[in-house]
Design a protein around this ligand. Structure first.
Ligand code: HPA
Length: 249
């Protein structure tokens, strides 16, 4: 009997998880609203998982309109014991070219106006949780080891910049993020990570680079380029998750 129940939150390019043996799909209305999509109870690599499409299925919810609190609360109530978040990102640091994968260990949050806590004095009494290390180090390391076993190159550690979107950044904004020490930039890493921490769910991120961040390559960023990078890159992400599941109890 498996003791872990792994939640997978799929981002852009992963609104449907190939190879899932679906057991049940459940539309969830939490005390904090509806989840982005039904929870998909399934088996993957012989292990029970719960899959959630962050942007809905089909992909319609922009990053700032995702009900992150409902999503994390629903996963907690489903009994999920850890969360693997898959995020498409832009690459800021030199090594983070298209299709690179970063397993970040830090976050800088540039988002605003999102419902970003359960401890708001309404849903739960005010509290100040520790968030020094925003990702679960053990889960992060296990994912990196799974990548090594699959011969998928990943960067272990890095700073994820969470921006508001849905527009991409200006060149000057990326220069600022780089000065702040950020390696990759995406729109959905926060408040998802902090909400998982608030509910004590170990959470780690597989950040797939789908474009060089603004001003980091010749020319402009096109959705065609992003989709091309997503299509092949997401397979590497799936290989990591598959290997991790196979090797977990
Ligand atoms: N910036 C922010 N979010 C993103 C990017 C980017 O360049 N690419 C994919 N998600």
């Amino acid at each position: 009997m498996s003791s872990t129940l792994i939640g997978i939150i799929g981002g852009t390019g992963l609104t449907q998880y190939p190879g899932l043996k679906v057991l049940k799909e459940e539309k969830i209305e939490t005390e904090l609203g509806t989840t982005s999509a039904p929870l998909v109870y399934a088996e993957l690599a012989g292990k029970p998982v719960v899959f959630l499409a962050r942007h809905g299925h089909p992909h319609t919810l922009p990053p700032h309109k995702v009900n992150y609190r409902a999503n994390i609360l629903a996963l907690k109530q489903a009994g999920v014991t850890e969360i693997i978040a898959v995020n498409a990102v832009g690459g800021i640091s030199e090594e983070m070219g298209a299709q690179a994968i970063c397993v970040p260990d830090q976050i800088v949050d540039y988002t605003h106006g999102r419902e970003d806590t359960f401890f708001d004095g309404v849903f739960k009494p005010l509290d100040h949780i520790d968030f020094t290390y925003p990702y679960d180090a053990v889960l992060t390391e296990k994912l990196v080891n799974a990548a090594i076993r699959e011969n998928v190159v990943v960067q272990h550690g890095g700073v994820y910049a969470a921006t508001q979107g849905p527009r991409l950044e200006t060149k000057a904004e990326i220069i600022r993020l780089e000065k702040d020490g950020c390696d990759v930039v995406g729109m959905t890493g926060m408040p998802e990570a902090v909400l998982a921490r608030e509910l004590a769910i170990p959470y780690a991120c597989l950040a797939l680079v789908v474009n060089k961040a603004a001003g980091k390559s010749e020319g402009l960023i096109t959705m065609d380029d992003i989709h091309a990078a997503l299509e092949s890159g997401i397979q590497k992400v799936q290989m990591i998750i598959h290997n991790y599941l196979k090797n977990t109890d």
